[in-house]
Design a binder for this molecule. Structure first.
Ligand code: ZN
Length: 411
């Protein structure tokens, strides 16, 4: 049998423990642990060699090699007067015999963290990896499993036994148990909680995250209660776009993800927040890709704005109706003066789908603009000294000032 020949070939060159031998054939014989596979192979090699030895074949050298890591063979050899010494495994040096013992330390490190899913990640001394690589390369092994994989799998299984109800999750575990086999240290890496919700901003003196000028509160501050519920040490927010601090966010609201770093728990009941400045309504847990998608989507979302605009010169309703010419128009904007220092001279092209105006008094009108996300709406209204074209100010031939701006809908 090819497996036995190959196994004997390997054992002639290297003493390997049951696990390290069995691992080279890990893809053969489903539902066997590597040490069971390795032991079975050694037993069969032992039976074959002993019967050949008894029929007079010269296999003593092979028996001595096998005996280095196989007790029954040592026993057999002693009955025929040959003393063979036990040797340490060439690859792991004995580490795999009871690697499960690290699960106890890991369970200890996880105490106090309320999690559901985990993964084990280990780092091994370089020489172990090099020796494994040497064996795999020399014998062209294509049926094996890596030692790291076996260790992570076995400690993971032992942790499952010790921590009933938890699950192993490769892609997005709540926590990663890190075991450093060089130092023996076990640590826990806590992935952040990502809670998606939508927010409304009812105040014109509240910004998303930064405090400046007349801003009296931030959404970030208001969402600290989420961090406290999860027992985290820090929180940040990822919103699908942003309105100006003095613009209200009304209607259907805007998606935002609260990222709680180093949480003490991964599931909690988060009540909605409603105060005079903001409303936050939690929706559910998301992952990094979904956060990216929310941010990306904001660039192409359609938004509906309402603005209250002051005109320097009095306007008639008939004049004001000219703004409808701006429906279904492409607007070209150079980076507004107010943020110019940050990113100078960038050109942005956005669509205005629909625009309606209603005269409130000769100098004041209300404007509804349905446009592509990313349009600088204030600049689209007052023209920004010609940096945005076409603009409402240009069409009306009037100097305009935006008194109020609200986002009514994010479609
Ligand atoms: Zn080994």
């Amino acid at each position: 049998m090819e497996v036995l020949d190959k196994a004997l070939e390997i054992l002639r060159a290297y003493p390997l423990c049951d696990s390290c031998l069995g691992r080279q054939f890990a893809q053969l014989g489903f539902a066997l642990e590597n040490w069971e596979r390795g032991r079975a192979i050694k037993t069969l090699v032992h039976m074959k060699l002993v019967s050949e030895y008894r029929s007079g074949a010269d296999v003593l050298n092979d028996l001595v090699k096998l005996a280095k890591t196989h007790q029954p063979t040592r026993r057999f050899l002693s009955t025929v007067g040959v003393k063979a010494e036990e040797e340490k495994c060439y690859i792991c040096g004995g580490l795999l015999a009871d690697v499960e013992k690290y699960a106890e330390k890991a369970a200890e490190a996880l105490r106090g963290v309320e999690f559901e899913t985990f993964e084990v990640g280990s780092s091994l001394p370089r020489d172990i990896l090099e020796r494994e690589g040497e064996v795999v390369k020399r014998f062209l092994i294509t049926t094996g499993e890596s030692i790291k994989h076996e260790i992570n799998r076995r400690i993971g299984r032992e942790l499952l036994r010790r921590l009933p109800g938890k699950k192993v999750e490769k892609l997005r575990p709540n926590v990663v148990v890190k075991i450093d086999f060089t130092t023996g240290d076990v640590s826990v890496l806590k992935n952040p909680v990502l809670l998606e919700g939508i927010y409304l901003k009812l105040s014109r003196r509240t910004s998303q995250a930064k405090k400046f000028g007349g801003v009296k509160a931030t959404l970030l501050e208001k969402l600290q209660y989420v961090r406290d519920i999860f027992g985290g040490v820090e929180h940040v927010i990822h919103a699908g776009g942003r309105e100006d601090a003095d613009a209200r966010m009304l209607g259907t609201g805007r998606p935002v993800v609260v990222e709680v770093k180093q949480p003490a728990r991964y599931r909690a009941d988060v009540p909605p927040l409603v105060d005079s400045d903001v409303v936050f309504k939690p929706i559910g847990y998301v992952n990094r890709e979904e956060v990216r998608r929310i941010k990306e989507k904001a660039k192409t979302d359609i938004k509906l704005y309402r603005a209250l605009v002051l005109s320097e010169r009095p306007l008639t309703a008939e004049e004001l109706s000219k703004v409808s010419e701006l429906s279904r128009r492409t607007v070209v904007q150079f980076t507004p003066r107010r943020i110019k220092r940050l990113s100078p001279k960038k050109k942005r092209v956005r669509m205005v789908y629909d625009i309606h105006a209603r005269l409130v008094s000769p100098h004041v009108f209300e404007l509804y603009v349905r446009c592509q996300g990313g349009l600088y709406v204030k600049e689209f209204i007052h023209g920004d000294g010609g940096r945005t074209t076409p603009s409402v100010a240009e069409i009306l031939n009037a100097q305009l000032d935006v008194l109020e701006l609200d986002v009514l809908a994010v479609e």
